[in-house]
Design a binder for this molecule. Structure first.
Ligand code: HEM
Length: 509
């Protein structure tokens, strides 16, 4: 016991000395004073992006915190975001993997958790040249349109049922189904849910894995927070390894089914499993990379899209003027004899502005994904030592009163007055990040979210539940890596078109 105490106190002293050394050697950004062991954990509140925006008011647009025994740097202005994502892009393009992400990504064999290096460059090339090309985006369009029309059909059924007329619906399950089916079909070439809403055995397993992943995500792994006691918590790895093995088992089964189907028909389909398996040799991709990359798409592309659509719908219920204006545009361009398709987007500028304004005020990943410094770097005149974790508060930048007129207003017209790019070229609006690690799924996500909103507005009028005023819609955020609404939005849907236009347009792809 005495030995253990001695070892622990020596490590504590070493850690304190290292912090002092870093302070003396480097000109670090300002920040609250860290405590031994816990660092600045006590300075953090659950809604990190709001907490970091408040800390920026005290310590300035660049500040640092010690979390998980690491130096974390947070930037909060568009100029500093540009320094991170453009001027120092290469030195700040690594990722910090914790125990869970290290195991799930098989040591960074994927894209999301890979450090910047030859492996990353290769996998990113596969994404840019093969998976997220305009041609494949178009090839996968029928899946999106199938799923969005299935959502419309299901809402229509529910809101016109005799016992439900005039009652409010929770929007999240409908939006979640679109995102779920879209991403499983796009990644795994599978719609696990049948037309009657039943889910097959593989689908059950898939859902089980996803919900277990959420449970694991919410767990506190002690070994993470107190690295020098990591050996005491080795058992924590078992939970993570079992989850990863379960994911790999299901994925290999699905990969084998697709290989069999390709051998039979001689043709590959547009979804990512077929694409990756046919390109595996050409790009020298390991099985680990194929499996973890497919799961990257699920992790990054499912909740983010449904969350964005939910926030946008909440804003539209809260702002009937904007809703009416978007509907007027839809009626003018589409009319009432047919339904909208993605081909109509270019004639629906206001609808596009609505989607963009929702992503400005409610980016689903408000702090992007953290980057890590692979070398000593300078930001805003301060030293950023190698190994520091760098966060860009894109949520705060998109609400900065120095950049935006009435920043807290949901006012899509701002983008008609001034076209602001949201795909990494304008550092005021960065829901998808920028630079070499920018979200590769940005266009796909924009298309799906815009399509969901367009259909929801063309087919239905949305009003708050009885007794609730538009301005009373609860816009509180839920803490987490991705920002869900704390209170899922509820609204009354009233159909606007003829009944025959509410049919799903199913497609086998
Ligand atoms: C509204 C929806 C979405 C938002 C707001 C979003 C946002 C982001 C952000 C902020 C990043 C981190 C960028 C950085 O580290 O600098 C990211 C990375 C990523 N996203 Fe998305 N995303 C969305 C949808 C999607 C979809 C639909 C997919 C794929 C089907 C996807 C795949 C990825 C992947 C693979 C990465 C990792 C890129 C890398 O590390 O190089 N995302 N996304």
């Amino acid at each position: 016991m005495a030995l253990l105490l001695l070892a622990a106190s020596s490590l504590l002293i070493l850690a304190a000395l290292y912090t002092i050394y870093q302070r003396l050697r480097f000109n670090l950004p300002p920040g609250p004073r860290p405590l031994p062991i816990v660092g600045n954990l006590y300075d953090i509140t659950p809604l990190k992006f709001r907490c970091f925006a408040d800390l920026a008011k005290v310590y300035g647009p660049i500040f640092c915190l010690r979390l998980d025994s690491r130096l974390n740097v947070v930037v909060t202005t568009s100029e500093l975001a540009k320094e991170v994502l453009k001027e120092n892009d290469q030195q700040l393009a690594d990722r910090h993997r914790n125990k869970a992400t290290d195991i799930f990504s098989r040591g960074g064999s994927d894209l999301i958790w890979a450090d910047y290096g030859p492996h990353y460059v290769k996998v990113r090339k596969v994404c840019n040249l093969e998976l997220f090309t305009p041609k494949r985006l178009e090839g996968l369009r029928p899946i999106r349109e199938d799923e969005v029309t299935a959502m419309v059909e299901s809402i229509f059924k529910d809101c016109t049922a005799s016992d439900k007329q005039g009652k409010s619906l929770l929007l999240r399950p409908y939006l979640g189904s679109v995102a779920f089916n879209n991403i499983t079909r796009l990644s795994f070439g599978k719609r696990f849910v049948n037309a009657a809403g039943g889910i097959d055995e593989q689908g059950q397993e898939f859902k089980g894995i996803v919900s277990n992943g959420i449970k694991i995500g919410a767990k506190v792994f002690m070994g993470e927070y107190v690295p020098w006691l990591r050996w005491m918590f080795a058992g924590e790895n078992d939970v993570l390894n079992q989850h990863e093995a379960r994911r790999a088992r299901l994925t290999k089964q699905i990969m084998a089914e697709h290989t069999l189907a390709r051998n039979k028909t001689g043709g590959a389909k547009d979804h990512f499993v077929d694409a990756l398996l046919t390109l595996q040799k050409q790009y020298d991709l390991s099985d680990d990379t194929v499996i973890t990359l497919l799961w990257d798409m699920i992790t990054a592309g499912m909740d983010t899209t449904s969350i964005s659509a939910e926030w946008a719908m909440a804003e539209l219920v809260k702002n009937p003027r904007v809703q009416r204006k978007a509907q007027e545009e839809l009626d003018r361009v589409i009319g009432s004899d047919r339904i909208m398709t993605e081909a109509d987007f270019s004639k629906l500028p206001y609808l596009q502005c609505v989607a963009k304004e929702a992503l400005r005020l409610h980016p689903p990943t408000p702090m992007m994904l953290p980057h890590k410094a692979s070398a000593n770097t300078k930001l805003g005149g301060y030293d950023i030592p190698k190994g520091s974790i760098v966060h860009v508060n894109v949520w705060a930048i998109a609400r900065d009163p120095a950049l935006w007129k009435d920043p807290l207003e949901f006012w899509p017209e701002r983008f008609l007055e001034q076209d602001v790019d949201m795909k990494g070229h304008d550092f005021r609006l960065l829901p998808f990040g920028a630079g070499r690690r920018i979200c590769p799924g940005a266009q796909l996500a924009i298309n799906l979210v815009t399509s969901m909103l367009g259909h929801l507005l063309h087919h239905f009028t949305w009003t708050p539940p009885e007794g609730v005023k538009p301005e009373e819609v609860d816009m509180t955020e839920n803490p987490g890596m991705v920002t869900y609404m704390k209170t899922p939005v509820q609204a009354v849907a009233t159909p606007r078109l003829a009944a025959e236009l509410y049919k799903r347009v199913p497609l086998d792809i």
